[in-house]
Write a protein that binds this ligand. Sequence first.
Ligand code: NAD
Ligand code: ZN
Length: 359
Amino acid sequence: MDTLAMDTIESIGYPVFFEDSLTELARFIERGKYTRFFVLTDDQTGEYCLPVLQPYLGENAQYDLIEVPSGEQNKTIDFCIGIWQMLIDFGADRNSLLINLGGGVITDMGGFAASTYKRGIDFVHVPTTLLSQVDASVGGKTGIDLSSVKNIVGTFAQPQAVFMDHRFLTSLPPRQILSGLAEMLKHGLICDAEYWNELKISDLTKPSAGLVYQSVAIKNQIVLEDPKEKGIRKALNFGHTIGHAVEAYSLEHDGAKHLTHGEAIAIGMICESWLSFKKNGLSEQELNEIVAVLTNLYPQHEIKSSCHADLLQLMQKDKKNNGTQINCTLLNKIGECSIDHICTEEELSDSLHYYASLY
Ligand SMILES: NC(=O)c1ccc[n+]([C@@H]2O[C@H](COP(=O)([O-])OP(=O)(O)OC[C@H]3O[C@@H](n4cnc5c(N)ncnc54)[C@H](O)[C@@H]3O)[C@@H](O)[C@H]2O)c1
Ligand SMILES: [Zn+2]
């Protein structure tokens, strides 16, 4: 795969550039469509990624920098107000462009801020984490968290373009690589057994640009079929019904030691694979294969039985559900899944017990 050309991927009306992508960004800026440029970073991407991006913004590029503190706990309306306020203070007009340079927190919150400022200004993403490259880069979901509920306020809004550069991953801590990897493994599990098999034999501590490309291509294919998540796009929720609840709970209770998105999704995928085995015909052999890969990569996280009630409540609040029923996407087999499986509280709780019994 690495020897193949990584052609530009066409997403919902916008390109995702891979080869020489920052040169493409420079060309995009030179076209002269915009009066003002703003770069949104967090403190980490300001330090590690802005120096990589800067040469491509043009020698005399006039841009204003908006920086927020890093971390999911800051993906809030308060920081969003801060972004809107800075856009106002800097005099951003309707012909301004917001360049979101960062991980999923920056691309989600920046996309949300841009899609609502003056009823919407243009924005582009330069995703700098593996997770934001393989997942947040396509699909047009923007948003912020509120009262521990993830992404509960947001919009569907497409960027003008996405610029993907593998160099950003070199400064990324190993835990953040693992975080993105969970989504790549998910892409294989839900719809591409061959890709799953390729991942299994790869050095997953340093996923190649080719593997990243394939993952984006898989997600993009699903998103194009169902842009507003009415049907098949729910396949991407595999691992997320339980994973999102575990993530939200950890954010609230584990302080600085909270789980990353991907770590929580890995737990969710183990639990939902077990539910797939119990309810949806996934073979025991494939369940064991999935569990072996995931437990080998991700360290154990303690989930006490006393937390189950809170986790179930978080699952119920999740916007993925209709009413109070809790829905999961389950695997039929590796590389194939089906959506909208209603799971009872008992089944969900049992799946968390299964997880706890593994390590
Ligand atoms: N819109 C979507 O479709 C979508 C999909 C998946 C996830 N998300 C969202 O993305 C968020 C998680 O994304 P994330 O894991 O990228 O989190 P993140 O943006 O918080 O980034 C993780 C950490 O890595 C740092 N970082 C980023 N790039 C770096 C680099 N190149 N070198 C060194 N450090 C770097 C960040 O400062 C941060 O501390 C969640 O809020 C999730 O809801 C959105
Ligand atoms: Zn995810």
